[in-house]
Design a protein around this ligand. Structure first.
Ligand SMILES: NC(=O)C1=CN([C@@H]2O[C@H](COP(=O)(O)OP(=O)(O)OC[C@H]3O[C@@H](n4cnc5c(N)ncnc54)[C@H](OP(=O)(O)O)[C@@H]3O)[C@@H](O)[C@H]2O)C=CC1
Ligand SMILES: C=C(O[C@H]1[C@H](O)[C@@H](CO)O[C@H](OP(=O)(O)OP(=O)(O)OC[C@H]2O[C@@H](n3ccc(=O)[nH]c3=O)[C@H](O)[C@@H]2O)[C@@H]1NC(C)=O)C(=O)O
Length: 381
């Protein structure tokens, strides 16, 4: 059997603590009540009666440690994070507890998420968000996961993987693109068509939505320079188109980051100008990127923003602090570019966070500069 979202788990501390018979009875009673309420005894324990009861169910190892008091049996009711089967709602397939965030992040770090769903159009996105809201499930939209640090313990909510990846040429130089479209491909495609403004995007592993959200940029270009309008979905399900004039962008900052009611960016319309050498420019940027960045490695691009008003890049500061190549556990500062931190294989989020904090401390001590993360931490709860 598996759990549905309505089922809960009773995790019993019974094998961990000295409890009286009375306490066993209490637990047994609770378990029976739980059965009526579609709850399940999670933990195998030494008391035969309870074991017998529990044997009607699949008995699993608890994921969370039971806590207890010494005198009374404490049952912890927790929504189960694992072992539940996939289910379908509104035509969408939700995967429970099995999808690893490490598969969804370019860093290849992160434990399982409680719910996972992939959407490929606006209607599906709306349905996924509606489901989460109706069931009070926290949700997070991700594109290519190239800017996220997920936690080893996963995410206690729903990850909505955005694969809204249509590409529409409205007219010459005007493109309407799904937010899940690969940013890298957009750069190559527009340059190939002889338009300028997005050459920098080739080699960037993010999505168009992630790019707009972060105001991605490189080589003196920024996505905001060529955005004409953005279609967003609000948390209440309303769709809105916002024109460039009503949006504010700055270095790695966009209005979207401050919108409390934003559920997701759905599509972006770009207006770009013809330029015969766009393709050459795009190729030159990519060559430079390949030489200066560890593109083949498991990274999240720049970990820190470049500090403003200092005149020195984050990478340079980290290198001058003597940290290039420094390794902590399985997380390492790239030898190629010091603002890229590499998962050498098996790095945990803990390794990475410790490395990030160490770098911040050293740079602060040596140069009195506060480095600020460009990457986004995704907290597990
Ligand atoms: N210049 C470079 O070389 C590199 C640049 N980057 C940039 O990092 C960004 C990462 O893109 P991507 O990998 O797709 O993002 P991610 O999947 O890593 O998501 C990062 C955050 O962006 C927000 N986000 C992503 N998609 C959407 C959407 N459709 N609507 C609203 N918010 C969204 C979410 O923020 P929240 O959780 O707050 O909702 C999410 O947590 C891009 O800007 C990319 O250009 C990344 C690597 C290298
Ligand atoms: C990779 C990202 O974007 C990148 C983008 O690709 C490049 C190319 O334009 O410019 C920014 O990096 P950056 O400022 O480190 O650019 P680079 O040209 O590589 O380096 C700037 C300067 O720092 C020096 N540098 C860089 C790395 C290093 O280890 N040591 C060092 O001394 C370089 O020699 C150069 O003089 C973006 N990063 C940020 C945080 O703004 C990203 O956002 O994830």
């Amino acid at each position: 059997m598996g759990f549905t979202s309505k089922m809960f788990v009773v995790s019993s501390p019974i094998s961990d603590v000295k409890t009286s018979n009375h306490d066993y009875k209490t637990l047994f009673k609770t378990a029976r009540q739980c059965q009526q309420h579609q709850m399940v005894v999670l933990r195998r324990n030494k008391h035969p009666q309870i074991s017998l009861y529990a044997s009607h169910y699949h008995i699993m190892k608890p994921r969370h440690k039971a806590t207890t008091t010494t005198t009374t049996t404490t049952c912890i009711l927790k929504e189960e994070r694992d072992s539940s089967p996939s289910f379908t709602s509104c035509g969408l397939k939700f995967i429970r507890g099995k999808k690893l965030l490490s598969e969804l992040s370019t860093w290849r770090i992160g434990g399982p998420c409680n719910y996972f769903v992939q959407v490929s159009d606006r209607t599906q996105l709306l349905s996924a968000i509606r489901y989460c809201r109706e069931h009070s499930i926290r949700f997070l939209i991700i594109g290519k996961g190239s800017n996220c640090l997920f936690d080893d313990s996963g995410f206690d909510g729903c990850i909505i993987l955005n694969r809204i990846d249509f590409f529409e040429e409205v007219k010459s130089g005007i493109y309407r693109v799904g937010s899940g479209y690969p940013f890298n491909q957009l750069g190559v495609r527009c340059s190939n068509d002889g338009f300028t403004g997005l050459e920098f995007a080739s080699g960037v592993p993010g999505s168009v939505g992630g790019g707009a959200y972060m105001n991605a940029g490189a080589n003196g270009q920024e996505i905001s320079d060529v955005i004409s309008s953005v279609e967003i979905l609000q948390t209440d399900g309303r769709l809105e188109t916002i024109n460039q004039n009503d949006l504010a962008f700055s270095y790695r900052k966009s209005s979207f980051q401050d919108m409390e009611d934003l559920a997701a960016i759905v599509a972006v319309t770009f207006k770009i100008k013809p330029f015969p050498l766009a393709r050459e420019q795009q190729k030159a940027y990519l060559t430079k990127r390949r030489l200066s960045q560890p593109l083949g490695e498991r990274s999240a691009g720049s970990v820190f923003k470049n500090p403003e008003g200092v005149g020195v890049s984050a990478g340079e500061l980290i290198e001058k602090a003597g940290l290039k190549g420094f390794r902590l556990g399985n997380a390492k500062i790239s030898e190629v570019h010091a603002n890229f931190f590499i998962n050498c294989g098996g790095s945990t989020s803990k390794d990475m966070i410790e490395l990030i904090n160490l770098v911040k401390e050293k740079v602060k001590d040596k140069f009195n500069v506060e480095l600020i993360e460009e990457i986004q931490y995704v907290s597990p709860i």
